[in-house]
Design a binder for this molecule. Structure first.
Ligand code: COA
Length: 156
């Protein structure tokens, strides 16, 4: 999987509606355990490193993490500046909440914050779904970026 580049000065201006009742927000420190439990429940089996990356994002002040919540429960999360500065990810939406604009809203919340923080470009790290990023924010694959930063991962 390749990394992808996003032009933060050219983000879509529109706000495609997220499903009614869904709120995208930065989590409070006191709610970190709910966010980590969500990531563990839905993504630990397929992406064991995501809990670690999310914990890192939650530890920043302010957290470099946004969550989507419905009726007070976490249904999605997204992080940036976790694995490296300027890197977006991971992002994940609960399987039964997909296809309602939640992933796009989380992606845009993070990228807009990165633009406000002074970045000109963001890198989507290890993009699992190139089509999603291309469609949502015009991201383009970065040549030679696979396996990129993750080449030296520990195995035990
Ligand atoms: C990828 C993911 C975050 C998308 O979340 P979602 O809430 O279902 O996405 P949205 O409803 O916001 O979709 C936004 C747009 O992207 C499209 N899209 C969503 N997932 C897509 C995919 N896997 N491939 C291609 N297009 C996709 C949607 O059709 C929609 O298009 P539209 O604006 O024309 O309607 C979600 O499928 C997920 O959690 N996947 C598992 C974890 C993962 O792969 N994360 C990415 C790690 S790099």
């Amino acid at each position: 999987m390749t990394d992808m580049l996003v032009r933060l000065y050219d983000l879509p201006g529109d706000d495609a509606p997220v499903a009614p009742g869904v709120v995208v927000q930065r989590p409070l420190a006191a709610d970190s355990h709910h966010v980590l439990a969500f990531v563990e429940r839905h993504f630990a089996a397929s992406a064991p490193g995501w809990v670690d990356e999310c914990r890192c994002a939650l530890a920043a002040r302010p957290p470099t993490c946004f969550v989507a919540a419905e009726a007070g429960a976490v249904i999605g999360f997204a992080c940036f500046d976790a694995t490296a500065r300027g890197l977006f990810g991971p992002v994940g939406v609960a399987p039964d909440a997909r296809g309602r604009g939640v992933g796009r809203a989380l992606l845009l919340a993070c990228l807009r914050q990165m633009a406000a923080d002074g970045y000109a470009y963001a890198v989507i790290g290890w993009a699992h779904s190139e089509a999603f990023y291309r469609r949502a924010v015009g991201a383009e694959p970065i040549a030679g970026s696979e396996p990129g930063l993750y080449a030296g991962r520990l195995r035990g």
